[in-house]
Ligand binder design. Structure first.
Ligand SMILES: Nc1ncnc2c1ncn2[C@@H]1O[C@H](COP(=O)(O)OP(=O)(O)O)[C@@H](O)[C@H]1O
Ligand SMILES: CC(C)(COP(=O)(O)O)[C@@H](O)C(=O)NCCC(=O)O
Length: 407
């Protein structure tokens, strides 16, 4: 299949560049909604040099592959497009021989997420690949720690339309709360590298927004539903404090008249049918309800453990201004400004990155990612395109320049 045919599904793929570059080391995160891929391509100039960098395991002078980490995603329901994509890149033969065995004999690709179990047989049958399963929570945490430690300008705050990159002090990173908003939501207290506890979760997440939204608005794609929310007015659907209190604030308990008293509450008294509401108003109300709820539960968990920083990730966010703003406002409101919501540029790829890192852990291929040297993911080394609602996406999932040190 032509790579160009995958445009609707591959959403951060540098097409011209990676179709030619030598690609190795692929990792997958196969979730309930989306499949995420991270893969390394060597720079086209060959990019293999002797290291002059003293790396942590004393591997001075070992070969270094210069290149980039690339990111791509597919809908899980269209897993065959993902398989075609992997096949088209010939990842099978370039990146996964295992300890002397020929590619066809033993080809292991690191994979996390429920789909690493569910689709193991399909990958074996279609590509001859064994999925080397990595735990999803381990991978999320490893991916988050990598991004926060090694990628410049990865984390940012978002409030009142202002995106501000956060300088993360390496010495003061832990503890933090990681909230991954995928189909469902996991909340993980991270205390250090590999040191974490999943402290909570909620089944009202990205799958809920997309599933309910699709039923209520008849939207055909997630992006369409998100796009609709830009134009909507949630007050048409939501019952506000002012609707209940005759237009006034409920000052005594700190609620302004414009605060939402009950999401979708107006629908009980309007004597209207679904068709009488604009899909854009429904979409906005739904997005706000779910984002606000996640923000509130996250804050409560941060409070439980005295955590001041909450990093939000997962593809529900999609770098979408209104979603991030709602979450940030919820955290700010409930914590009275004590806790801070932060977001990540590579929000949806934590699990896949963590699985990628695990090649090192298992010493696959005699090729170990001892250290990834990160340079700023500036627009200049772009090429990666995110196809989506143009003005709504603030994250662009740029490729990451890096070096892989071979053992
Ligand atoms: N193109 C898309 N198709 C479907 N869902 C999308 C898309 N982009 C963003 N989403 C949202 O992202 C969620 C999935 O996030 P993700 O972090 O990939 O979780 P999972 O691992 O469960 O697939 C979906 O439930 C939906 O809310
Ligand atoms: C089961 C999951 C870890 C799977 O991850 P996902 O594919 O949603 O990214 C996640 O959906 C989740 O944490 N759900 C919430 C379950 C709960 O705590 O109620």
């Amino acid at each position: 299949m032509e790579i160009g045919n995958l445009e609707n599904h591959v959403q951060s793929e540098p097409m011209e560049e990676s179709s030619q570059a030598q690609i190795s080391h692929l990792a997958l995160d196969i979730g309930g909604s989306l499949i995420k891929l991270v893969y390394f391509s060597q720079n086209s100039d060959g990019g293999c040099s002797k290291s002059s960098v003293q790396v942590s395991n004393g591997n001075e002078g070992g070969p270094v592959l210069q290149g980039k980490l690339h990111f791509a995603k597919f809908e899980t329901a269209k897993i065959h497009d993902c398989i075609d994509f992997i096949q088209s890149k010939q990842l099978r033969v370039t990146g996964c021989q295992h300890n002397g065995a020929s590619a066809n004999e033993k080809c292991v690709i690191k994979a996390t997420g429920g789909g690493a179990y569910k689709f193991a047989d399909l990958f074996k049958e279609k590509l001859g690949i064994c999925l080397g399963k990595e735990d999803e929570m381990d991978s999320l945490v490893a991916g988050a720690n990598f991004l926060l430690k090694s990628v410049h300008n990865e984390a940012f705050t978002y409030m009142d339309g202002q995106k501000e990159f956060a300088q993360i002090d390496q010495e003061d990173l832990y503890p933090y709360l990681l909230v991954n908003i995928g189909s469902g939501v996991s909340m993980i207290k991270v205390d250090g590298p590999g040191k974490f506890e999943r402290v909570s979760g909620t089944n009202v997440g990205g799958g809920t927004f997309w599933g309910l939204g699709r039923l209520l608005t008849k939207c055909k794609s997630f992006d369409e539903l998100l796009e609709l929310s830009h134009r909507g007015n949630n007050r048409v659907v939501d019952m506000l404090v002012g609707d209940i209190y005759g237009g006034t604030d409920y000052k005594k308990i700190g609620l302004s008249s414009t605060a939402i008293a009950s999401s979708f509450g107006k629908a009980i008294s309007d004597n209207k049918e679904l068709e009488d509401y604009k899909p854009e108003d429904i979409s906005r109300s739904l997005l706000r309800m779910i984002s606000n709820n996640i923000g509130q539960i996250s804050y409560l968990n941060a409070l439980r453990f005295g955590l001041k920083r909450i990093f939000f990730a997962g593809f529900f966010l999609r770098g979408h201004a209104y979603t991030m703003d709602t979450i940030a406002v919820a955290v700010h409101f409930w914590s009275k400004g004590e806790a801070k919501a932060m977001f990540l540029r590579h929000e949806g790829f934590l699990g896949a990155l963590g699985a990628f890192m695990s090649y090192e852990k298992h010493g696959f291929d005699n090729l170990m990612v001892h250290q990834l040297v990160q340079q700023s993911p500036s627009a200049s080394h772009g090429g990666d395109k995110t196809h989506g609602p143009a003005d709504s996406e603030l994250n662009d999932n740029p490729s990451i320049n890096c070096s892989i040190y071979l053992s």
